[in-house]
Design a binder for this molecule. Sequence first.
Ligand code: ATP
Ligand code: MG
Ligand code: FE
Length: 346
Amino acid sequence: PLVLGIETSCDETGVGIVRGHTLLADALASSVDQHARFGGVVPEVASRAHLEALVPTMQRALDEAKVTLADIDAIAVTSGPGLAGALLVGVAAAKGYALAADKPIYGVNHLAAHVAVDTLEHGPLPEPAVAMLVSGGHSSLLLVDDLTNGVEPLGATIDDAAGEAFDKVARLLGLGFPGGPIIDRTAREGDAASIAFPRGLTAPKDLAAHRFDFSFSGLKTAVARWVETRQRDGEPVPVADVSASFQEAVCDVLTAKAIDACLTRGVRTLVIGGGVAANSRLRVLAEQRAVKHGIEVRVPRPQLCTDNGAMVAALGSRLVAAGVAPSRLDLPADSAMPLTSVSVAG
Ligand code: ATP
Ligand code: MG
Ligand code: FE
């Protein structure tokens, strides 16, 4: 099927078009620069930017794919989770287009879309698979038996998300926003073994109750303390070493737990999605560790890891192909949409 996907859950306005598993267009407009001076996404600013960017982004996607709205078989849109006002812009637009062009509409889960997008790069996902979703707002391990039916949560962060930790540590190092890509770059000049930062929830007593859960707030505090001590002693802060050591701590825990989940559940495929999946060290370490156990790691290219419209179209395409009923035209923007619902029931 030819499916168009609209994404507006945070600060990226994305419109993607796919045919089956083939990516035809991925148009993106970001308001990230407008948020940078606030050190985080400002919801009102994001909503207004979506409003201005949506129609031109839609047009760019259609041009890029060389199709018209009339050619599209279905429209998918992020229903949640995300910023309420931002989601509303995408959902309202999708309804308008669906009504005007008389097309079925699918309200989809943004997090499931972060998992589904890999099919555009590597083809159908072998199921069951373990999915590790690591983004700005979430860090979860999920068992995926049939993505169209939902996912089984295995564990999640008990405090900060991985991306949030990257953003907060970048901020305390004075590196700017969003922090993930900047730390990734800065870390390349540093020594990842120079500072032994804590690995949250990996001690034997924690593993008993939180085997597949994550905790990154203790790590963030440890980095802050380490930097403060340096500054108090009047010594320079080795920003590259701190970045590399922090990044190593995050990637070590994420990959160790993801592989443990695969081994425990007898699963041979690990798919990684969400903005933090763009991290160069995470990609290398996951591959290195997985290969030892005969586990295949699938991570889409960095551009598809962060928010985009193609991921929404990819999930929509999968739902259409599986014969899932479309959502109703009065589908909600649901800022707290749970991962147990992959699309809004019709
Ligand atoms: P969610 O998907 O949970 O709703 P979101 O949509 O805001 O949150 P994404 O766009 O999926 O999140 O990811 C953004 C996050 O990914 C930010 O925290 C950003 O710092 C992080 N990120 C992006 N690139 C990298 C990278 N190369 N290394 C580490 N983190 C990264
Ligand atoms: Mg973003
Ligand atoms: Fe996201």
